[in-house]
Design a protein around this ligand. Structure first.
Ligand code: RIB
Length: 311
């Protein structure tokens, strides 16, 4: 039986610009690269990762009644996501992210929340009626929706996973019920703890500090090319990353945490799940865009076999 994951989160259209460098203030740079509109949003990226990797994803998000919203809905339906909790609104346009990707694959993202801002407590509460095996969220939607979904899930003993992006240090963490997994990336870890996890020692110090901020069974710090650190409040371990040519890091974290959650539900083994998620992340950074870079099960199993990865 497929594991059902309810993703309560965001959906955006990404306006992606491939640039040779970021202009200085007041400067204009003529670029010879390309620009594209690519479906994205942290929630949508994670939802698509769950579905493509063999999960059953129910996606709760809010989009505008506009061309971008239509394009997103069409993609989600074609991918087989359960859209019973995907809502449309007239109050705002579909979320838009301006994504600048430099030659080394690193990105800078500005998000115009649009319709995401209108995802409310009622939407989250109704979505929980699908009886998922896990609830998965990011901080790209209103606090009210996150807290409501979390409390409903906790009441029903549904494990809660929060991918801590984008960094929101003023989130009322004390109001959250205990989580199963809390997973920030390097920049988010620094924003929450003040510690740059630039070495194994610093990553562990940051994980210990995270424990004081949010209660969770596992803290999984995504360290990019250095893998992922897992801390359970007592012991820590690092799951190594797999070397690939980095084209674009967009959606790598969203896909990593989604894959981690899915494999954790299937295997119950957090380290195995991190290795699995690292393999997914490696494939994502090797391709362009958000939704366009997320692998399916077959592409992932080919990569795992080719690299002789032991999960
Ligand atoms: O994490 C990548 C995502 O962040 C992009 O797809 C963009 O839409 C923003 O939400």
């Amino acid at each position: 039986m497929k594991k059902r994951i309810l993703v309560v989160s965001s959906a955006n259209m990404d306006f992606v610009m491939n640039v040779s460098r970021i202009p200085n203030a007041g400067e204009t740079v003529i670029e010879s690269g390309s620009y594209k509109l690519i479906p994205g949003g942290k929630g949508a990226n994670s939802a698509l990762a769950v579905q493509r990797l063999g999960g059953d994803c129910v996606f709760c998000a809010k989009i505008g009644r506009d061309a971008n919203g239509e394009a997103l809905r069409k993609l989600f339906a074609a991918e087989g996501l359960n859209l019973s909790a995907l809502r449309s609104t007239d109050s705002a346009p579909t979320g838009l992210a301006a994504v600048t990707v430099e030659a080394d694959g690193s990105n800078r993202i500005s998000v115009f929340e649009g319709a995401n801002r209108y995802l409310n407590a009622d939407d989250a509460e109704e979505a929980l009626l699908c009886y998922p095996d896990a609830l998965f969220m990011h901080f790209e939607i209103p606090d009210e929706a996150i807290l409501t979904a979390a409390h409903f899930a906790a009441k029903k003993d549904i494990p809660i996973v929060i991918d801590a992006g984008p960094a929101k240090p003023d989130f009322p963490f004390d109001k959250l019920p205990p989580l199963e997994i809390f997973s920030p990336n390097e920049a988010e870890t620094e924003a929450y703890t003040g510690i740059n996890p630039n070495s194994a020692e610093n990553a562990l110090r940051a994980a210990v500090m995270l424990q004081r901020i949010v209660k969770s069974h596992y803290y999984v710090i995504k360290l990019g090319g250095r893998g992922a650190l897992v801390y359970d409040g007592k012991y820590y371990n690092i799951a190594p990353s797999y070397e690939v040519k980095v084209v674009d890091t967009t959606a790598a974290g969203d896909s990593f945490t989604a894959a981690l959650t899915l494999e954790y539900l299937r295997s119950g083994n957090i380290m195995r799940s991190c290795r699995y998620a690292n393999a997914v992340g490696a494939l994502v950074v090797g391709r362009e865009g958000a939704s366009t870079s997320i692998p399916n099960e077959k592409q992932l199993s080919d990569f795992i076999a080719m690299r002789q990865i032991e999960l």
